[in-house]
Design a protein. Sequence first.
Length: 306
Amino acid sequence: MEHIFELTKIKSEEITILELQDAMDRGDVSSRELVMYYMYRIATFDQSGPMINSIMEMNPDAIYIAEALDQERKLSGARSLLHGVPVLLKGNIETNDKMHTTAGALALENHVSSNDAFLVQKLRDAGAIILAKTNITEWANGMSSSMWAGYSSIGGQTKNPSGDHFPGGSSTAFAAFVENYLYNLPAQLPVHNLNEWMEWNERNSEKALKYGQDMLDYRSQLDKPLNHSEYIVESISGLYYSQNMGIDHALEKYGLDAILFPAYVGADLSARAGYPTIAVPAGFQENGRALLINRKRYIYKRTYVC
């Protein structure tokens, strides 16, 4: 069956977005063909065979969206460089479609958002196709200090496609956001605050608490956490040391515009500072493990490799 979906006119496994746009403009491949090709690979390698298990849910409308964008390209041209390009989103990013937004939490397995997140709006406006949602470390690693990276109670454990190596994970992004998010969930869902969530997890502990919830326990013990003295001091101290005395200090001292980390390490530092990180595949090590380059902050002239 593979030959039915194989893309013979492009190097599909390592093609760039710019090359994809050129290929689609030439008619070498359509957005519809791209979507079907990636769906086939997800079925073959992610949900069977090696069972990488990185995809939590497919967008059932992706093919139809691709067809509409192909027609739009013929009539009026591409909207942007993302026109007709399939993209994946983390499972904690809200989309106003038929996919669920769960952050990997079993308590939210039936949650379908009525809104697009801002970045999703921008992606749709640019003509990108939301192909699927990926598994994440549950609640962006804000639930248990012992939870293995890439695990969620809904999605299970994601594997590293390069072998028995660390699969990577999500940066902790918890704090007040989760409380506010739970409060605004639809009435039919079982949880609307931190205590209800923890109690629901306890009642369903066999499925929901493989790694426990010690980080939630700690947070629940804080009286009015947004006014708690420890929270206030830790939040500004973390920002000061990661930003003023960390990344900003290094950039200014050495006259840099970015910092490169030749590994997964360092992502937490930029997350604390509120700076973006770009992980770029850079090859493979002798043991088969992929080597990533993490780029911090912005690139203009010079970079410093740590």
